[in-house]
Write a new protein. Structure first.
Length: 91
């Protein structure tokens, strides 16, 4: 099934998004749930990143999407916490 999904991405078939969500949506929603209030945004961004960066033959499509989701989640979390910090130069 992964080969089919990868083929959809390479063919630029929008069905790749729904096929990815059907197969890996549960995983990609579970990963950011413990650190973000709204994980759905990260899931949507995961499919977009997958669309832009799909390798020809990923070793594991599951790991590919999980890594994207994890990185997006951590970036969102960092941004949400960075608002109160200010850099002050020692000079």
């Amino acid at each position: 099934e992964d080969a089919h999904v990868i083929g959809l991405y390479w063919a630029r078939d929008e069905g790749a998004i729904s096929a990815s969500d059907k197969t890996y949506g549960g995983l990609c929603r579970a990963l950011p749930q413990s650190i973000l209030e709204s994980p759905e945004e990260c899931v949507n961004d995961t499919w977009h990143r997958g669309w832009d960066a799909m390798p020809p033959q990923p070793r594991s499509l599951r790991a590919f999407f999980a890594a994207i989701t994890r990185n997006l989640s951590l970036n969102c979390w960092r941004k949400s916490r960075a608002g109160g910090w200010m850099f002050v130069s020692a000079e």
